[in-house]
Write a protein that binds this ligand. Structure first.
Ligand SMILES: [Fe+2]
Length: 190
């Protein structure tokens, strides 16, 4: 992508990092159980029994859950994969070893795994994606490439292939590769 600053206003925002996410949920008790017991978050506060704030670090919340009205017809259906909007959100963990342990933990707890364990090309991050009770995709990741302020890092365009999606070529996947994902080119490397 063209990163020319010709059209960038000098007073553009300077966000420090992505902060928090709020999800509408069908069953807040089921969801808070999932996000504490499976994802490992801590409860920071509730508003009545309709909204709960959760944290993974020192911010009061990086995730909040809001109970949908049960009489709202939009609240019945789970999240449909592939719809416009959020694809997944992600929590950092310490290491590949921890992600491998968490993969077994998710399977033991009958959590549906969506994709992974893999290692992306861009960002070099290790990923394991799974579903929450509403069907949202949640991810554990580690080893994200760091780009310090003022570094000489330059964005580039990667080919849309297996090496960009999973450097490990699905060899550590706990589930079949996604049908939309790049397939392994059998001629590559010959
Ligand atoms: Fe991700």
């Amino acid at each position: 992508m063209n990163s020319s600053s010709d059209h960038t206003p000098m007073n553009r925002p300077h966000p420090r990092r992505l902060g928090h996410l709020v999800l509408n949920v069908r069953d807040i008790q089921a969801s808070v159980k999932f996000y504490t017991e499976i994802v490992g978050l801590e409860v920071s506060d509730w508003i009545g029994d309709q909204m709960v704030f959760l944290r993974s670090s020192t911010d009061h919340h990086d995730l909040a859950l809001a109970q949908l009205r049960s009489d709202d017809p939009r609240a019945i259906e789970p999240v449909v994969p592939g719809r416009p909007g959020l694809e997944h959100f992600s929590y950092e963990v310490a290491s590949l070893e921890e992600i491998e342990t968490l993969g077994r933990f998710l399977q033991e707890n009958n959590v549906e795994i969506v994709r992974g364990i893999g290692k992306h090309g861009p960002g070099e991050n290790v990923f394991l994606v799974f579903k929450d009770p509403d069907g949202n995709y949640v991810e554990f990741y580690c080893e994200m490439l760091q780009i310090p302020k003022g570094s000489t890092y330059e964005a580039r365009v990667w080919p849309d292939d297996i090496d960009g999606f999973d450097r490990w070529h699905y060899s550590r996947f706990l589930v079949p590769p996604p049908d939309w994902g790049p397939s392994i080119d059998p001629d590559k490397g010959k």
